[in-house]
Design a binder for this molecule. Sequence first.
Ligand SMILES: NC(=O)c1ccc[n+]([C@@H]2O[C@H](COP(=O)([O-])OP(=O)(O)OC[C@H]3O[C@@H](n4cnc5c(N)ncnc54)[C@H](OP(=O)(O)O)[C@@H]3O)[C@@H](O)[C@H]2O)c1
Length: 292
Amino acid sequence: MTIALLGTGLLGSAIATRLLACGHSLSVWNRNPHRAQPLVELGARQAASPAAAAAEADWLITVLSDGPSTHAVLIDQVGEQLKGRRVLQIGTIGPGESQHLSEAVIALGGSYLEAPVLGSRPEALEGTLQLMTGGPTELMQQALPLLRQLSQEPVHLGAVGSAMTAKLALNQLIASLTHAFSLSLHLVQQGGVAVEPFMALLRGSALYAPTFDKKLQRELSGDYANPNFPTAHLRKDLDLFISAAQQAGLNSEGLSGLAALLQRSSAAGLDNLDYCALHKLTAGRTAAAGPA
Ligand SMILES: NC(=O)c1ccc[n+]([C@@H]2O[C@H](COP(=O)([O-])OP(=O)(O)OC[C@H]3O[C@@H](n4cnc5c(N)ncnc54)[C@H](OP(=O)(O)O)[C@@H]3O)[C@@H](O)[C@H]2O)c1
């Protein structure tokens, strides 16, 4: 099976590394070609353009930032090379964006399966991502041997849009849980309460989520470098969730403060840092006092 992967950013490069380790013949393309270079050293072929990458592929995997960039690369740049190709769209985009993309791919003679993932670089490298699919069942069946190398139990959720809906629902929880924990942690510290006994109480309660401990050390030390998932993508996903929730007629008002807070991430220089750098934004006027 020959695979082309477009977008060798944080997640795309880890998925490409996994596919190479599984023995696949892989061509890669990235807008900034330097970012694909380490994959060439692992055995990938670097294509000069998205269309050139697609020309040699049975499956075309996209792991690009968002809906507009995925549309630009796949439809505007791969274009007619989509004929007869099967697209596996992994980047997180809106359900409506995914449906439009699917229609455009099909109009060009290709087929389309959305396959967003929960988990990050470590899980991608180990093949233990949680992967959900939306699209034709037959295409999902064809993709299954490949999907099983990325995820132990890929879950098919229905038509195109369904997997992106589930992915946004999960990422809203990432944003909300990170925000909720961050504020509580700040208050505890500002109130002079020691963190460990507070954490022991929390861990023993029904309120605990493992993500709290996963991010605690970063939040205490203020070290948000070398992210697996950057703040800019968390903001994108929360905005996509709010827009999908509004279209569904839900009242997402409770999230608007968090969305406004995340809008400040760019000016604060946090966009390319780990998403729990949100903790710096919740610090408010206490931020000058120290890293946490
Ligand atoms: N990282 C994670 O843990 C994770 C987990 C689940 C889902 N995701 C989703 O996966 C997608 C990729 O995430 P990531 O963390 O790998 O992001 P990233 O490191 O920022 O990489 C983004 C990729 O998109 C490319 N790109 C952006 N705009 C482009 C444009 N206009 N034209 C062509 N290429 C463009 C970038 O190319 P350049 O290198 O040239 O900028 C890069 O290859 C996002 O939708 C994200 O939400 C990420």
